[in-house]
Design a binder for this molecule. Structure first.
Ligand SMILES: Cc1ncc(COP(=O)(O)O)c(C=O)c1O
Length: 401
């Protein structure tokens, strides 16, 4: 296998996305090889012994490493500008590994309250079972972060923009406070994508993705990734956790994601263009309220979003008049966009967070997070934006007539 790392480091992002991490086998294939193998063979018993002693650097078992998974990891690391990338079987496997590999009895984690439902389950329910203390703050309120981080803390976890209310958290300021408290900062960068936001450059220590979303971007596969420049976290926490608990990415899925990366920049650019047009259209529509899009001037953190993201994002959240009934009528009347809890797909997908992704929260918690009964979250796809506008218009007419 051959791979010229020195060339990669000089490449611009789009070239890294197409060519980063490529390792050609002796067959000289154009497209990356898919190595569907769980194990590897040794020429002799002595070779196997040397491999297990760590005397030679080679593949041993696909739970530890696989050439196709390595290509995906290197390509994403090259884009993110990170020293290490560890791929996982799903985004939740990435969140759990990033947190559980470093948090245990006696540790303290401070997290933003506005998290994806399964992420808050890990922080609120699972980590305390291991003996950790979990503290939640309103992610947009720097005073709450300051107070929570006024005592020694091991880890900070946040998502920006958040799901589904698209709140923006100040990565630079929170990272500074977290570091002063002794904490590592873990950022779920799923909504922003590695194209629009680089948390490691803004002070975060670890960034993670659900590669299921924009990185695949075509609704085909689950996957995840954890990226960092922190050698101690990789050596002492993540590598042993991954090797011994086994949430490895399959080589087949790694290949799909590797090909997804090649078009990520182009797709995210068009997603953002379409999303901005949809947000502008809805913003002036009296049949909806509270249109949330980080690229809209009316967004409460428009300036912060502009400073830390290079685009407004691919998601638009709004409330349909008439509460849950209005939102359901709207969803059921759509003819182009599909009802789905997934996001970041070429197809526009629309969800009702209160009854799906955030159903497990109490009414009080949903109200606290600003998730109303009429709220709808739209992942804006790559269809012709005029078809999407017409679809939204006719569905709003059906919902509010
Ligand atoms: C913000 C965010 N983080 C993490 C995840 C989990 O990713 P996955 O579904 O790939 O496990 C999701 C979506 O499901 C998400 O929206």
């Amino acid at each position: 296998m051959s791979n010229d790392h020195n060339t990669t480091s000089n490449w611009r992002p789009q070239t890294r996305l197409v060519r980063g991490g490529t390792q050609r086998s002796p067959f000289d294939e154009t497209s990356e090889g898919m190595f569907l193998t769980s194990g590897y063979v040794y020429g002799s018993a002595e070779d196997a012994e040397a491999a297990f002693k760590g005397d030679v650097d080679r593949y041993i078992y696909s739970r530890y490493g696989n050439p196709t998974v390595d290509m995906f990891q290197e390509r994403l690391a090259a884009l993110e500008g990170a020293k290490h990338c560890v791929a996982t079987s799903s985004g939740m496997a990435a969140v759990f590994a990033a947190l559980a590999s470093q948090i245990g009895a006696g540790n303290r984690i401070v997290a933003a309250r506005a998290l994806f439902g399964s992420c808050s389950y890990i922080v609120e329910d699972m980590l305390p079972r291991f003996g950790a203390e979990s503290v939640f703050v309103d992610g947009t309120d720097l005073e709450q972060w300051e107070q929570a981080l006024s005592q020694p803390t091991d880890c900070v976890f946040l998502e920006t923009p958040s799901n589904p209310t698209l709140e923006i958290i100040d990565l630079r300021k929170v990272s500074e406070m977290a570091h002063a408290a002794g904490a590592r900062v873990v950022v779920d960068n799923v909504f922003a994508t590695p194209i629009l936001q680089r948390p490691l450059e803004l002070g975060a220590d670890i960034v993670m993705y659900s590669a299921t979303k924009h990185i695949d971007g075509q609704g085909r596969t689950l996957g995840g990734a954890i990226l960092t420049n922190d050698d101690a976290f990789i050596d002492d926490c993540l590598t042993p956790f991954m090797r011994h608990t086994g949430p490895a990415l399959s080589p087949f899925n790694a290949w799909v994601l590797l090909k997804g990366l090649e078009t990520l920049d182009l797709r995210v650019e068009r997603h953002c263009k379409n999303a901005a047009a949809i947000a502008a259209l809805l913003d002036g529509d009296s049949r909806v309220d509270d249109v949330l899009y980080p690229g809209l001037k009316s967004h409460p953190q428009f300036e912060l979003a502009k400073a830390q993201m290079s685009g407004g994002g691919t998601m638009v959240t709004f409330s349909v008049n008439g509460g849950k009934e209005g939102a359901f009528k709207f969803l059921n009347a759509l003819k182009v966009a599909d009802i789905s809890n997934n996001l970041g797909d070429t197809k526009s997908l629309v969800t009702h967070p209160a009854t799906t992704t955030h159903q497990r929260l109490t009414d009080e918690d949903r109200a606290h997070l600003g998730i109303s009964a009429g709220m709808v979250r739209m992942s804006v796809g790559l269809e012709d934006v005029e078809d999407l506008k017409e679809d939204l218009d006719q569905a709003l007419a059906a919902a509010t007539s």
